[in-house]
Design a protein around this ligand. Structure first.
Ligand SMILES: [Zn+2]
Ligand SMILES: [Zn+2]
Length: 287
């Protein structure tokens, strides 16, 4: 944006031209699948890797969740890197041992997680990354690693980070990452109910992009009540009330093939063109 300001001083007009750089957030969808990775031609379009989204601004790069999608992220050696976990269910953690930046001795990685089921982040990593499940611990990787508890509001590099608690077995953290006047809300492993819906509407107010858990269709939801996931219909209601500019569904059910998701997406977009299903490999720029 180029801004011109004219100021009169002692009868002299001064023209000030200021270039105001808009803040740009780059979002890379790396993993979209819920519960367990899937593979094969039937999943090539929307993706088979589990939850991971890379969110970058300037030299800061935050990975939301470390599902198998994080494996395809190149080493982020030059960046200020954090991995922020929504919770410790395996589908959100299984890519962490293969995260390339951990193998770079010049890199530092900040890992954030909240106490879940009386297990701290350190406890959870100790279980996941120790024999007989894995040969080395998190601090044995070449990169410097530091573990942090999640506060409701904090900063990391060029982002401010807000969090709220989602409804999910054992809990889950919903994130809002903001830089300048742009924001992105990551709400996966979220089951709707009246209380958390209102909280999320408030939390996601006017966000540029809401990524929302829509693992189930409406007909699939009832038999899975209490499993901790939601539906596209509820996501649309929340996004509309929040004034979210764009809505993407994620945590696709392992049983949902590209054909099924594409048909669902087509019918939803006839009425709600601002909504769609996240595809792994997609880059979205908020500017
Ligand atoms: Zn999950
Ligand atoms: Zn979960």
């Amino acid at each position: 944006m180029l801004k011109s300001v004219i100021i009169g001083t002692n009868g002299t007009l001064i023209l000030i031209r200021t270039t105001i750089m808009n803040t740009t957030i780059t979002i890379n969808i790396l993993g979209t699948r819920g519960s367990v990775p899937v593979s094969g031609a039937a999943y090539a379009l929307y993706g088979g890797a589990t939850s991971c989204v890379s969110v970058s601004c300037k030299d800061t790069r935050i990975f939301l969740d470390a599902g198998s999608g994080i494996i395809c992220a190149p080493c982020a050696a030059e960046a200020n890197v954090a991995v922020m976990l929504s919770h410790f269910h395996l589908d959100h953690m299984i890519g962490l041992p293969f995260f390339k930046t951990l193998f770079d001795k010049k890199s530092s990685v900040a890992i954030y997680g909240r106490m879940r089921s009386e297990k701290s982040l350190a406890d959870a990593l100790q279980v996941l990354l120790s024999p007989p499940y894995w040969p080395v611990g998190i601090h044995d990787y070449p990169a410097d690693t530091a573990l942090y508890d999640i506060e409701p509001h904090f900063s990391f590099g060029d982002f401010t980070v807000d969090t709220m608690e989602g409804a999910h077995p054992g809990g889950s953290t919903i994130y809002k990452l903001s830089a300048g006047d742009k924001s992105f809300v990551y709400a996966t492993d979220f089951e709707h109910n009246e209380i958390v819906n209102d909280e999320l509407i408030h939390f996601a107010k006017n966000t540029d992009l809401l990524l929302y858990d829509a693992q189930y269709t409406e007909s699939e939801y009832q038999p899975h009540f209490g499993f901790g996931h939601s539906t596209p219909e509820v996501g649309i209601r929340i996004a509309k009330k929040a004034g979210a500019k764009r809505l993407l569904f994620t945590h696709h059910a392992p049983e949902h093939t590209d054909e099924m998701i594409a048909a669902l997406e087509e019918s939803i977009q006839k009425e709600y063109p601002f909504a769609g299903f996240a595809k792994a490999g997609t880059e979205i720029i908020l500017s």
